[in-house]
Ligand binder design. Structure first.
Ligand code: MSP
Length: 475
C-alpha cells in the first residue's frame, strides 16, 4: 500500500507586529502533530507563512518609516528566526507578497469563481475594521468601537466585487454536519453550524486600488485589488503550486488539517469552503480550532501591555522548555493562562526536577556500573499516546509521557539500584539496564514533542554517558 500523505497548515501570520506566544502556540502544536506523523512514516507536508497584502502593513511600515517591502522582509526574517528557535520543521514558508509563488494561483482561483458566476459588482457601504480586515455590523460595535481592537471602524462606500457565498450555505452546512469537513472540537462545530443556520451573506471580495494599497490585482480589472482574506486563504493551495506547477497540489490536496485559532473560524469554515466549492475543488478534511493563550486572565495584546514575547522565554529557558510548556500546560480546546512565575515553577518542577533529573540519575548509574552501552530497541508507541496525537490533543499525549517519567522515578526510589549494586552486583546491573531501556522508551515518546532533548538523551544512552545538564534549575 502506498504510504499515507498528511498535509497540515498553520494560518499565515500578519507581519505588522512581532509574533507573541499565542502565535507560537499554533505553530508548536502543529509541529508536534507533524513530527508524530513523520515518525509514523507518512508522507508529510507542513506549510506556514506570512499574510502580507494587508492594510495593516501599509500603516505599520509608515509608522516605522520604511518602504512596505523592506519592512515586510525584515519582519519575515524575524518570523523565520523565531520558528528556527522553536525547532519548527515546516516544509514551506509561503509569503503572499511573492508574485511568482502565490499570485498566479490566487488569480486562477478568482477566475474559477468568476467562471462559476459567483463574482459580481456592487456598490457597498459598510464599517471596515482594519484590525479584523473585515466589515463589521453596527451590532458588533460597542460605543461605536470594535470591542476587540478598541478602534472606530472606517465608514466605506465604494464599488466592490462580491463573492456569492450565500449560494453555498446549505452545501457547507451539510458537509460540516456529516463530518465530511470535520470541525474539532464539537463546541466550535456547533458554533459554526448555528451561524450557517442563519444563512451566509455574500462577501465583499475586492477593494479599489489606491496609491498606497498593496494587494493582488483582480484579473481583468486593474482598478481593484483582492480582499485580503480571499488572497490569504488561497495560500493553502497556491503553496502547493495551484495555477503554476500542480504536482504537489495533486499529491497533497485536500489538506488533512488546517490548524487555526478560534477567532478565524468563520473565514475557514464558511468563506474558504465556499470558495473551494465554487471552484469545484475538494474541501479540507479537518479544521482544528484551538483557544487563546491569555496572560493574567486577559487576551494578550499590545495595548494591554501583557504580551509574552517567546524570544525572551527562549533565551531564558531554551527551546524545549517553551515547547514543553505550550504542549502540556495549554489546553488545545480552552483558553489557557500563562504568567512568568507560572512558567518558572513548571520549568523547575517538570523539567529540572522531572525529566532532567531522571535522565541524569539513570545515566549516572549506567555510566558508573555498566561495562558498556545498553542495546535499545524500538518500542511501538502505546495506544494512549497515539490516540491523543491523532486527535491533536498534544497536552494529553504529553501528560502520558510525564506519567511514564513519574513511574520510572518511583521505580528507582523503590528498587534502590545504588544499594542493590553493592549487595548483589549482577542483579544490580540487570536492574540498571532495565532502567536505561525504560528511559529509552520514554525518550522515543519525547521525540515529536521535545526533539532536541530527545536527541541528547538517546546520544547519552548510546555513549553510556551522563548527559549534559538538560534543564538547569532556575532560582
Ligand atoms: N492572517 C490571518 C490568518 C490568515 S490564514 C489564511 C491572521 N493572522 S494573525 O497573525 O492575526 O493570527 C494568526 C493565528 O494566531 C490565528 O490562528 C490566531 O488565532 C492565532 N492567535 C493570535 N493570538 C492568539 C493567542 N493569544 N492565543 C492563541 N492563538 C492566537 O489571523
Amino acid at each position: 500500500m502506498a504510504e499515507k500523505k498528511f498535509f497540515l497548515t498553520t494560518p499565515i501570520f500578519y507581519p505588522n507586529a512581532n509574533l507573541h506566544l499565542g502565535h507560537a502556540y499554533t505553530t508548536v502544536l502543529s509541529d508536534i502533530v507533524v513530527r508524530y506523523h513523520r515518525l509514523q512514516k507518512e508522507r508529510v507536508y507542513f506549510l506556514t507563512g506570512a499574510d502580507e497584502n494587508t492594510q495593516k502593513i501599509v500603516i505599520a511600515a509608515r509608522e516605522a518609516g520604511k518602504p512596505p517591502q523592506k519592512f515586510l522582509d525584515a519582519r519575515v526574517e524575524g518570523f523565520k528566526k523565531l520558528f528556527a528557535d522553536l525547532n519548527i520543521s515546516y516544509n514551506q514558508f509561503i509569503r503572499t507578497s511573492d508574485k511568482e509563488v502565490h499570485w498566479p494561483g490566487a488569480q486562477k482561483l478568482w477566475q474559477k469563481l468568476a467562471e462559476a458566476g459567483d463574482i459580481y459588482k456592487k456598490e457597498y457601504e459598510g464599517l471596515y475594521c482594519v484590525g479584523h480586515e473585515a466589515f463589521l455590523t453596527s451590532k458588533e460595535l460597542i460605543n461605536g468601537k470594535c470591542p476587540e481592537h478598541g478602534t472606530s471602524p472606517e465608514r466605506i462606500k465604494e464599488e466592490n466585487y462580491f463573492f456569492r457565498l450565500s449560494k453555498y450555505t446549505s452545501e457547507i452546512k451539510k458537509r460540516i454536519e456529516f463530518g465530511e469537513l470535520r470541525v474539532i472540537p464539537e463546541t466550535r462545530k456547533n458554533e459554526i453550524l448555528s451561524l450557517l443556520e442563519e444563512g451566509l451573506q455574500d462577501v465583499s471580495f475586492s477593494r479599489p486600488k489606491t496609491a498606497s494599497s498593496i494587494g493582488i490585482p483582480v484579473p481583468d480589472d486593474d482598478s481593484q485589488v483582492m480582499y485580503v482574506w480571499c488572497d490569504a486563504l488561497s495560500n493553502y493551495i497556491t503553496a502547493l503550486g495551484y495555477g503554476r506547477d500542480e504536482k504537489l497540489f495533486a499529491e497533497f490536496w485536500p489538506a488533512d488539517v488546517h490548524v487555526i485559532g478560534k477567532d478565524i473560524l468563520r473565514f475557514h469554515a464558511a468563506i474558504w469552503p465556499g470558495m473551494l466549492l465554487s471552484a469545484g475543488l475538494p474541501l479540507p478534511k479537518t479544521l482544528f480550532v484551538h483557544g487563546f493563550i491569555t496572560s493574567g486572565g486577559k487576551k494578550m495584546s499590545k495595548t494591554l501591555g501583557n504580551v509574552i514575547d517567546p524570544t525572551e522565554l527562549l533565551q531564558e529557558y531554551g527551546t524545549d522548555a517553551v515547547r514543553y510548556y505550550l504542549a502540556r500546560h495549554v489546553s488545545p480546546f480552552e483558553d489557557g493562562d500563562i504568567t512568568h512565575e507560572g512558567f518558572k515553577s513548571i520549568y523547575n518542577g517538570d523539567l529540572a526536577n522531572g525529566l532532567g533529573n531522571l535522565a541524569s540519575r539513570v545515566m549516572t548509574l549506567a555510566q558508573t556500573h555498566l561495562p558498556g552501552p545498553v542495546k535499545v530497541e524500538f518500542v511501538p508507541y502505546p495506544k494512549e499516546f497515539t490516540d491523543a496525537l491523532e486527535k491533536f490533543e498534544v497536552n494529553r499525549a504529553t501528560d502520558y509521557v510525564w506519567g511514564r517519567i513519574g513511574e520510572l522515578d518511583k521505580k528507582i526510589t523503590e528498587t534502590e539500584p545504588f544499594k542493590l549494586i553493592k549487595t548483589d552486583p549482577e542483579k544490580g546491573k540487570s536492574l540498571i539496564s532495565d532502567l536505561v531501556r525504560e528511559l529509552a522508551a520514554v525518550d522515543l515518546l519525547l521525540e515529536p514533542i521535545l526533539p532536541g532533548t530527545s536527541k541528547k538523551i538517546i546520544e547519552a544512552i548510546i555513549a553510556n554517558k551522563k548527559p549534559e545538564n538538560l534543564f538547569p534549575r532556575k532560582e
